[in-house]
Design a protein around this ligand. Structure first.
Ligand code: PRP
Length: 213
């Protein structure tokens, strides 16, 4: 049996749709329940539903053989995992954003940056030689510049709605992010047949147009 860690939240629906098209289905009853570990209908897969940032942890430690999670999370986690497939779901960007009425990122002195992505943010401004103080938050990051906690944010932008509705605008795009299949290094060798089949089946679905087609 293969255990797959699924990121709860924004990616969960597209992940399950993609897996279903690849022939891996979770029953409606299991999905409607509050159980955090469920088997697929064939009994060949077990799914564990965890917070996005915990997917690389479960897979790196081999508790899950595979996982589905955004590239944004992987960049921040720096876990030692195989990334055999870009699933092309939940396309978004990691961007620097600031209040639309003044670009605070051009201000002299140390820039205060609020983010859930401290490593990505530090690397980005470090490469530009901009001195920053990183203020790490766990969510609702858009509030920080509005309330004066920071000059700008580094955050995920998908539709842009959260930024717009809080009076913020993108100053600079850092990188793109999509959902990725990740695989534990040992599982890739020891469960080669099952892992290989999953990669092949998901790869076919992605090539055919993904979860939406
Ligand atoms: C993410 C991200 C933004 C928002 C962007 O937050 O941090 O806040 O979604 O999406 P949009 O461009 O489509 O508006 P998430 O929903 O993961 O919740 P969080 O505030 O707890 O981080």
């Amino acid at each position: 049996m293969l255990t797959i860690a699924i990121a709860k939240g924004r990616m969960q629906q597209d992940t399950l749709a993609l897996l279903a098209r690849a022939g891996v289905r979770v029953s409606a009853e299991a999905l409607a329940s509050r159980r955090l570990a469920v088997e697929d209908e064939s009994g060949g897969y077990r799914f564990v539903f965890v917070k996005p940032a915990d997917v690389p942890v479960y897979v790196e430690h081999g508790i899950a053989d595979c996982g589905v999670v955004g590239r944004d999370v992987l960049l921040e986690a720096e876990a030692d995992l195989l990334q055999p497939l870009d699933l092309k779901i939940n396309r978004c960007v990691i961007a620097v954003a600031a209040r639309g009425d003044e670009d605070a990122t051009t201000r002299a002195g140390v820039l205060h940056v609020a983010t859930k992505y401290p490593r990505v943010a530090a690397a980005h401004f470090g490469a530009k030689g901009v001195p920053v103080e990183i203020i790490e938050l766990s969510g609702s990051v858009e509030l920080a510049p509005v309330l004066g906690l920071s000059d700008c944010i580094v955050d995920l932008v998908e539709t842009g709605r959260t930024l717009a509705e809080n009076g913020l605008a993108v100053v600079e795009t850092i990188t793109e992010s999509t959902g990725r299949l990740v695989v534990n290094r040992a599982s890739y060798q020891l469960k080669a047949e099952a892992v290989g089949k999953l990669i092949k089946d998901l790869g076919r679905v992605v090539a055919e147009g993904g979860a939406q087609s």
